[in-house]
Ligand binder design. Structure first.
Ligand SMILES: Cc1cc2nc3c(=O)[nH]c(=O)nc-3n(C[C@H](O)[C@H](O)[C@H](O)COP(=O)(O)OP(=O)(O)OC[C@H]3O[C@@H](n4cnc5c(N)ncnc54)[C@H](O)[C@@H]3O)c2cc1C
Length: 487
């Protein structure tokens, strides 16, 4: 039987935890026994986790996420709840395309090509990224038979295997691999198609080929949506930067009565009657325990594994099995004339076969207004990832030297940058390896035996900001259902 009113502790003040706290605080009817008291415990002084914006001397620097997809409703709905709709901006129209670094040049991704979907024949024929053989192989995608499902086999396939089978080696090496690395910083040979790209599996199964599926999709869309760049127009941010989202949300939940504590949670313990004891190391010094009726763990999976170690070994083992990749974002600002490239795109991705160290360069000031002072440009260089983990071991000077070398080769940047900011993310990107969905199913079954406990965050069902918001909301609903059942 929960205490009256019940108490719920949310652990982790990244976007997932903030949204979980918001949903819990809003849940139930005011004055009834089921309206929980919510405590949000965050190890750092700042809410937002990886999402952080810095403003300095006229530069606006995103340390990690710099936009989110508007096509899913959760991000847009949050912006609306926070009264930030007037601040929404989408990618500047002339920059609504991506480039690929190929043999010393930056070339546009073939018209209509979408991560794994070949797009328009005219686009493939016109591209200089692929050889004649590579183009024929990609155009032949429509004739590649779909993989027949083997009864009883879940048939999880890696993204690399799927792309090689359907699109051929060249399109994989020169297009798919760099685009995937730019999103998941993942090893495509281990990345699960079913977990990371289920849409393309469905396209293959329902239409026989990605080419036919894409034709049907484009045929169903209006002309405005078929226009080149329409997809990039779906990426939005806030004029004041992504960091405004967690900042405002933290203020909102605090005003609504959520208690915020600065402490690192070290362990969970199961108490009788389905209650939980949360152990904390207070930032101000000393330890403390909080007894609660419900707990949302909105932590990176390896930390959640440590916290769960004694409370439930099976769940801890599953959490510990989710790998993470690290990356570093080196943000450099230049006077515009120091950079030869026209910066007429959202950015450039760099295939591994090109032998360079950058995974991608985002043209921040070309993508969104207000990112650099007049006459300047801001570039973000992504280094590291699952295939290049030692990049995180470089010291700051080495990282900046490396980023400058990469920018010199890729966009013709010269001379010392006017602004330098380094964001290190040693283990921030969960890797949805083969078998990820089966792991999530096992974890869900295990959680069914642990009433009052829920998990939220990027480690489970989507790394993008809208999915992370959805995970916070789902975790809050799960805990509320437990409280109602107990109460
Ligand atoms: C470099 C980079 C670029 C990205 N770009 C984009 C993008 O452009 N668009 C997009 O949609 N997504 C992007 N993402 C993904 C997205 O930003 C993340 O998936 C999302 O923000 C993760 O939120 P989270 O709440 O799950 O985790 P986190 O943000 O990691 O939050 C976890 C929180 O838990 C806290 N914590 C840790 N240990 C403890 C403890 N023991 N006790 C209490 N608190 C603790 C941490 O301090 C942190 O605040 C990017 C990610 C990275 C790393």
């Amino acid at each position: 039987m929960p205490a009256n009113p019940p108490r719920v502790v949310v652990v982790g003040g990244g976007l997932a935890g903030l949204v979980a706290a918001e949903s819990l605080q809003a849940a139930g009817t005011p004055g009834t026994a089921c309206r929980p008291g919510v405590i949000l415990v965050e190890a750092k002084g700042r809410a937002g986790g990886v999402v952080e914006t810095i403003q300095r001397d006229g530069w606006l620097i995103e340390r990690s996420a710099d936009n989110f997809l508007a096509a899913r409703p959760e991000g847009m709905a949050l912006v609306d709840r926070l009264g930030l709709s007037d601040e929404l901006i989408s990618v500047f129209e002339p920059s609504r395309r991506a480039l690929v670094f190929r043999a010393g040049r930056t070339l546009p991704v073939p018209s209509g090509f979408r991560l794994l979907a070949p797009g328009l024949a005219a686009g493939i024929e016109a591209t200089e990224i692929l050889s004649a053989e590579g183009k024929s192989r990609l155009l032949a995608e429509r004739n590649v038979p779909p993989k027949s499902p083997v009864p009883g086999d879940r048939g999880d396939e890696s993204l690399e295997s799927f792309a090689l089978r359907r699109l051929g080696r060249e399109a994989f090496d020169r297009l798919v691999q760099p685009l995937v690395a730019g999103i998941w910083t993942a090893d495509p040979a281990r990345l699960s198609m079913a977990a990371a790209c289920p849409e393309f599996l469905r396209m293959e199964q329902e239409h026989g080929s990605l080419s036919s599926a894409e034709e049907a999709r484009l045929g169903n869309l209006g002309t405005a949506h078929r226009a080149e760049g329409a997809r990039y127009g779906q990426f939005v941010t806030l004029a004041s930067g992504m960091g405004t989202l967690p900042e405002r949300l933290a203020e909102r939940i605090e005003a609504a009565g959520v208690e915020r504590r600065r402490a690192a949670v070290t362990a969970l313990e199961r108490l009788p009657a389905g209650r939980w004891r949360v152990s904390l190391d207070r930032a101000a010094g000393g330890t403390e325990t909080i007894d609660a009726d419900g707990v949302v763990l909105a932590l990176p999976a390896p930390i959640a594994a440590r916290v769960m170690a004694t409370a439930d070994k099976a769940l801890a083992a599953e959490l510990g099995g989710i790998d993470y990749a690290g990356s570093a974002v080196v943000v450099l600002g230049y006077a515009r004339e120091q950079v030869a490239h026209p910066l007429d795109a959202a950015g450039v991705v760099v295939p591994r076969i090109e032998g360079r160290r950058a995974l991608a360069v985002s043209f921040s000031s070309a993508k969104f207004p207000g990112r650099a002072p007049a006459g300047h440009c801001l570039l973000r260089v992504f280094l590291g990832g699952a295939l290049d983990p030692e990049r995180n071991l470089l010291d700051d000077d080495q990282l900046v030297a490396l980023a400058r070398e990469e920018l010199a080769a890729i966009v013709g940047a010269s001379g010392p940058p006017k602004l330098i900011e380094i964001a290190r993310w040693p283990a921030a990107m969960p890797q949805y390896h083969l078998g990820h969905l089966e792991r999530i199913e096992r974890m869900t079954r295990r959680l069914d035996m642990l009433p009052g406990l829920a998990l939220a965050g990027a480690a489970y069902e989507g790394v993008g900001i809208p999915q992370v918001i959805a995970s916070g909301q789902a975790a809050a609903e799960r805990v509320m259902a437990s409280l109602r059942a107990a109460g």
